[in-house]
Structures are given as C-alpha cells and as structure tokens.
Design a protein around this ligand. Structure first.
Ligand code: ADP
Length: 586
C-alpha cells in the first residue's frame, strides 16, 4: 500500500503549504519532502494544508511530497523519561547528536524512549481483578529516586486476565485486560498522548500546600501552592534564569520538568552543562534523577519552541497522574509567544496587539490551566499536583506588553524582578512592593500548623513595615531622617533588617541558597522583635533612637542567618535578648 501524500506548493521558513491534502486532519503529523522532516498540520483549507515544520526547511521546495501519518503530535510516556534531555518534539538530544554530529541533522527519527532498555516490572494487582483507566497495575524503579507507576491507559477497563512480572522493555506486554465486550487489550509500559490535549484527571482539589522553594522572599512573602501557577517577569539580567534554576534545584516537588526556550545563543548550553552536574541537596543524588530537560537551543527552528512547552507539560501531567508533586519551569515563555507570532505572521492571520496572534491569550491560559492539584484518575485516593512557573522577558522590562499581561491574567503568583534591585546587587531582585501571591490564604493553614502559630501574623506585620518604609523613604529623600519621629525610625530600621538580613539571599552560596520554612519563620521573627519591642519604648520622652541602633544585640541580628537549622533554642534566646536589651532603654 503506498503512503498517502500531498504536494508542496509553497515554503516560507517553518511554514509549508501543500495541496492534495483533503484527508489530512488538524494537528496531524506529516513528513515533509523525501527528507521526512517532521511537521504538523495547523490549518486546513479545502485540500490545502498549512504545515508547521519542526526542522530547518532550507532546500525544500514546491513539487516535493508531503506524507500523511494519521497520527497527532504526541509524546511517548513510560519509564526512561527521567534523566532525559529532549528537543521540543521529544527527540533525545544525545541520540540525535550520535546520529548526526553536533549540528542537528534533519529528518532524524529517534524514539523518545529507548526500546531496548529493560525494566524490572513489579505488578501490584493480580489476575481476576477489575481495573479501570488510570489504575496502577505495577511499578518499575525508574531512577534511584523515583518509582514509576504503570497505569491502565485512558479509555481502557475490564478484567485483568494476564500480568507478567520481570524484566521487560517498554514494548513488551505486561498485562492483558479483557473489556466488557470480550475484547482483549494488551498493555505495555509505553503510552502515547497528544501534546495539545491535557491528560484526564479525577477532579481538581484546592491547592493548600505550599511549594517549598527555600528562597525566603518566595516562601514567606509570596508563596506558590503545589498545583498553582506563577510567573516571573523581568528584564534581561534581572535573575529569571537563576531564580528558575534555584527553584528547580531546591523545591520540594518530586519531579521537575524544565523547558528552556533558548534566550541567548549559549544560555541553554549552560543549563545543559550545569544541570547534569547538580546534586539534590536532600538526597545527595544527581538532580537529573528526578528531572526531564527540554531544550531549545537557538539554532533550532522556531516551531519546535512552540511545541516544546506542550511536550513538557504533557510529560509533567503524566507524572502527576502517578501521584507525584511535579513542578514545571518554562524559561522563557516570551520566546514561545514569539514563535507563535512568527507562525501567525506567515499564515497571514489578522494580527492582534504588537503583532501577536489574537489567540495569544487563550493559548497562554490553556497552558497555565494545565497546572493544578488533582485527585488522580483511577481508583484509590492518589493525589498529585502540577505547579507551573513561567518566566517572561518583556522587552525593555515593560510589563504592559501582551505576553506579560496575558500571563498575569491567568497566574496567581507574580514575582516581579526589578532591574534597579539587580543593579544594586540585591538578590533575588524580586520587588517586594509590586509582587503578589493569591495563594497566601490557601497556604496559611499549613504555616500555622506546620511552622508556627503566629507565622502568618509575623509575615503580615513584615509586609506592612516594608510598605510603610517605601512611603517614609519619600520623606527622607526630601527632608532627611531628622524629620522622622523615633517610631518612624523604628519602622525604617526594622525594614532595613528585613531587606538586608532576610530578603537578601545568595543563590550561589550552598548554605544560604536554601532556608527551611521553620528557619525562615525564626529569622523573620527575630528581626520583627526589634519592631515589637521597640514599640514599647519609642514613645518615651527623650528617647534617643541612636541608643537602640547601637545596642550590641543589633549586631547579632545581622548574623541571624548563621544560626543553624534545628537550633531553635538559639533563635528563642536571641529573640529574648532583643526584647530585653530594647526594653532596658526604658
Ligand atoms: P535573566 O535570566 O533574567 O536574564 P539571570 O538569571 O541570568 O538573568 O541573572 C543575571 C545575573 O544576576 C546572574 O548571572 C547572577 O550573577 C545574578 N543573580 C541573579 N539572581 C541571583 C541570586 N538569587 N543570587 C545571586 N546572584 C544572582
């Protein structure tokens, strides 16, 4: 049987138009020219199809064939995803390189998941049991950190009539399920899922657990919930990549999917070189054992970037379905939006704001809405979550541009990076006045129960002081500190300590880079004690503020971050000493 094919009539960069395509379907994968470049049908008009090609199209011209495959653009899911480094359409970079040298060749078809590798499949169900979609039927130890759950594929259910333990490749049959109609379905460890459609879950849950990142300004002031969506907009050099990577390194998600849309030529190369070297601070194991990397270096065609975020989010959902907490970082989604804009331009669609397509908003929302805390599909009470953190690089730092605006509409956390803070080398350069989290109420129960009863109060008071500080700074700029009352000076003194001793955090210092929630609480509590105790004395007649500043205990606060985790009594002692010293000024 000969393959069904159309004929190219036009090539414009990553866009190819072909005729004779009346049997093609939207989002069908096609192979373009005899080189078999991977493409996807993105528009159909009678028997003409517009095809987005994921590989370099130079040298391809009208008259050449386009082969239909009948498949939609999908990812392969199964053991072997972790530790992989893929391009935007899930081709393993290492294998492509082996086939074609360091410049990625064209038309190379390598499977996303190894067909040879064997995994020790351990069933968790027995024959005769009834199973339904999403049910876990067995496990394999995918890496030292992660047990990979093998689930019944979506749309399948019935009686388990066969289950095979032992060493299996992803294509070997591990189970046979007999449907109600008597049809026998073979189950392998390999599943496919179309990337543009979100995977089924068993219902959403309210996200109430914080994603613990160890970065103090994020956890304490602007918390993200597990299953939430957040964005990090910031101008060039303000710290988007460092922030994303620090979160990827330290956050308490069990699985990390990192999608890098190469910003500058060699930036992704940094990630590719660095990531495999990183160690999980909790287990000492290489971080890659819980990570999937998707990399678009700048020499890859623009269309692959468009696909890469969907490839990433589908893999992330798959691990969520097993009952894991998954975090996906996309850096930077602006490059993704630009890819959309370029394709839209070539399709001669009506442009929206700043040339972006009118569907930028719905695509952005569609992506972030795949985040969520869910009950997993299947029986039992497995819960999973997918947290999405997208970096945005607005040109010139102008937050009113369409990508930032559309992102802010759908994410509930805004970590605003600030060029001025970065220039002053205050890191992380997250602006505490403009940033926000709409999850603070969601996670407050966790803080109160797991960290400290007054944690929410201390945090709220600290935020208030930082806001007051910004108002007072105006006055100071005009007339100097002398015009301020001792009470106002107390506000300034405490907020300075919040900024310098608490919010400032060096991501490159192994100890400082991660702070547990309890330590975050204690650090802030000690600092806030300056304010709490100070309030009792500042209204006294003839009070000299300089005496407070010169108290020996004030020097100890600067070193509060050096008190080790677990030595809570040292924090308590410091707190008492601050109160006592300040009260002695009475
Ligand atoms: P962007 O991705 O926004 O262009 P980067 O993340 O590459 O910016 O950050 C630029 C530089 O700022 C880094 O190379 C680093 O020197 C500094 N930096 C950013 N964040 C931190 C941090 N948390 N701690 C220390 N240095 C930082």
């Amino acid at each position: 049987m000969s393959e069904e094919q159309g004929i190219i009539i036009k090539v414009s960069g990553p866009l190819v138009v072909a005729k004779g395509m009346k049997n093609a379907k939207m989002y069908e994968v096609v192979n373009v020219s005899d080189q078999r470049l991977v493409g996807e049908v993105i528009e159909l008009n009678g028997d003409e199809a517009s095809i987005q090609v994921y590989e370099e199209t130079s040298g391809v011209g009208p008259g050449e064939p386009v082969f239909l495959t009948g498949q939609t653009l999908s990812v392969e899911l199964g053991p072997g995803l972790l530790e992989s480094i893929y391009d935007g359409i899930q081709r393993p970079l290492a294998l492509i390189e082996k086939e074609s040298g360091s410049f990625i060749g064209r038309g190379i078809s390598v499977p996303g998941i190894s067909r040879e590798k064997q995994w020790d499949f351990k069933p968790v169900v027995t024959t005769g049991e009834n199973v339904g979609e999403g049910d876990v039927i067995g496990e394999v130890q995918e890496t030292t950190l992660i047990s990979h759950k093998i689930m019944v594929p979506v749309g399948m259910s019935g009686k388990l009539v066969e289950i095979n333990s032992g060493l299996k490749t992803v294509e070997d049959v591990v189970a046979v399920i007999e449907g109600e109609d008597g049809h026998k379905h073979k189950v392998t460890m390999l599943q496919k899922w179309p990337i543009r459609i979100s995977r089924k879950d068993g219902g959403k849950r309210v996200p109430i657990e914080p994603l613990i990142t160890g970065t103090r300004i994020l956890d304490t002031l602007f918390p993200l919930a597990k299953g939430g969506a957040g964005c990090i907009p910031g101008p060039f050099g303000a710290g988007k990549t460092v922030t994303q990577q620090t979160i990827a390194k330290y956050c308490d998600a069990q699985i990390i999917v990192y999608v890098g849309c190469g910003e500058r030529g060699n930036e992704m190369t940094d990630v590719l070189m660095e990531f495999p070297e990183l160690k999980d601070p909790n287990t000492g194991e290489p971080l890659m054992k819980r990570t999937v990397l998707i990399a678009n270096t700048s020499n890859m065609p623009v269309a692959a970037r468009e696909a890469s975020v969907y490839t990433g989010v589908t893999i992330a959902e798959y691990y969520r379905d097993m009952g894991y907490n998954v975090a996906l970082m996309a850096d930077s989604t602006s490059r993704w939006a630009e890819a959309m804009r370029e394709m839209s331009g070539r399709l001669e669609e009506m442009p929206g704001e700043e040339g972006y397509p009118a569907y930028l908003g719905s695509r952005t929302a569609g992506f972030y809405e795949r985040a969520g805390a869910v009950k997993c599909l299947g029986s039992g009470d497995r819960n999973g979550s997918l947290t999405i953190i997208g970096a945005v690089s607005p040109p010139g730092g102008d937050l009113s541009e369409p990508v930032t605006q559309n992102t802010l509409r759908v994410t509930k956390v805004f970590w605003g990076l600030d060029a001025t803070l970065a220039r002053r080398r205050h890191f992380p350069a997250i602006n505490w006045l403009t940033s926000y989290s709409l999850y603070d109420a969601n996670v407050s129960g966790y803080w109160t129960k797991e960290v400290a009863e007054d944690a929410i109060k201390v945090r709220g008071d600290a935020m208030k002081l930082l806001q007051e500080e910004s108002k007072l700074e105006e006055i100071v700029r005009l007339v100097g500190t002398d015009a301020l009352s001792p009470k106002e000076r107390l506000v300034l003194e405490t907020s300075k300590s919040i900024r310098e001793d608490f919010l400032f955090q060096n991501a490159f210092d192994n100890v400082d880079a991660y702070t547990s929630l309890k330590k975050q609480y204690w650090m802030l509590k000690c600092i806030m004690t300056i304010y709490y105790a100070g309030q009792d004395v500042v209204d006294k007649e003839d009070f000299d503020f300089n005496e407070l500043k010169e108290l020996p205990v004030m020097a100890k606060i600067i070193k509060v971050k050096d008190i080790e985790v677990g030595k809570w009594e040292e924090f308590e002692e410091l707190e008492k000493e601050i109160t006592k010293s300040i009260h002695s000024l009475k």
